[in-house]
Design a protein around this ligand. Sequence first.
Ligand SMILES: [Mg+2]
Length: 236
Amino acid sequence: MPTDEITVNLLLKIMNNSLEVMKANEKYLTHLDAEIGDADHGINMVRGFSLVKNRLSSLTNPNIGTILNTVGMSLLESVGGAAGPLYGMFYIKGSEPTRGKTEINKKDLAALLEAGLKGIQTIGGGAVPGEKTMVDALDPAVKAVKESINNDGITFMMALEKATEAAKEGMKKTIPLIAKKGRASYLGERSIGHQDPGATSSYLLLQTMLDTLNGKIGLEVTKFGTDGSIIEEMYI
Ligand SMILES: [Mg+2]
């Protein structure tokens, strides 16, 4: 059901599918975090999106803004480590340009992703691309959607596909980087050769948005390399 906008019902579905995808990749994300962090990213994301599902189910007559704000508040409250505040801020700030809206078009998507990324950067010690964080996946995704805004030849779905591809490329590029932010930065050069867990969950969440709009749930990484790179992924 490729679409040119995300409705309230589709957004609720995306969030519920995000929980399924985090569950399916819990061990993978935790493995990545064990390499350069404290081995809790998968567990944290599952806990966070479980609360998201719970809270969203009790909203009455939600709009895009209230959904995204509720997602952010739930993640802020339930996800431990740095990921809670960062993802919390992403959705809370991302909710601002979509307040009162009942659907998201291509332009809204760009605005929400950009506002979310800025939210992360304000509390993430001003993280910029190249520092081995979720910003490495999100920044190129934002750029991809922004580039599509004034190009009528690029549909909503194409823009989202480009964003997801860009996030995946950005995620892969974190492998050779030295971590400059967060717990992984304490490792210095030993952080080289490991894919960043936050960039990976960011990619998976964008991919889930795309997959949901294509009538699927999302992907499970079923095989990965010693550097954490994805070798095989399958639809759940
Ligand atoms: Mg951690």
